[in-house]
Design a protein around this ligand. Structure first.
Ligand code: FES
Length: 66
């Protein structure tokens, strides 16, 4: 059986945590700056991160549920 190569972007919604996106990313920030990321990148869902749009772990401090 032939294996299919997938190019689908994998996105995981972490329980009470960030949105995890796997892959090579090119992100345009609100400032217009372009940031590149490899591997898994966590995006803040709780709204408390001081490094938005990225998760900085602050959701744990506030015991965010979502
Ligand atoms: S989801 Fe982690 S800091 Fe907001």
């Amino acid at each position: 059986m032939e294996e299919k190569e997938t190019t689908a972007t994998q996105i995981i919604v972490a329980n009470n945590g960030p949105l995890k996106v796997k892959g090579n990313l090119e992100i345009q920030l609100a400032s217009g700056e372009i940031v590149t990321k490899e591997g898994t990148t966590g995006f803040c869902r709780c709204g408390v991160s001081e490094n938005k749009p990225f998760c900085d772990g602050s959701h744990r401090k506030i015991e965010w549920i979502g």
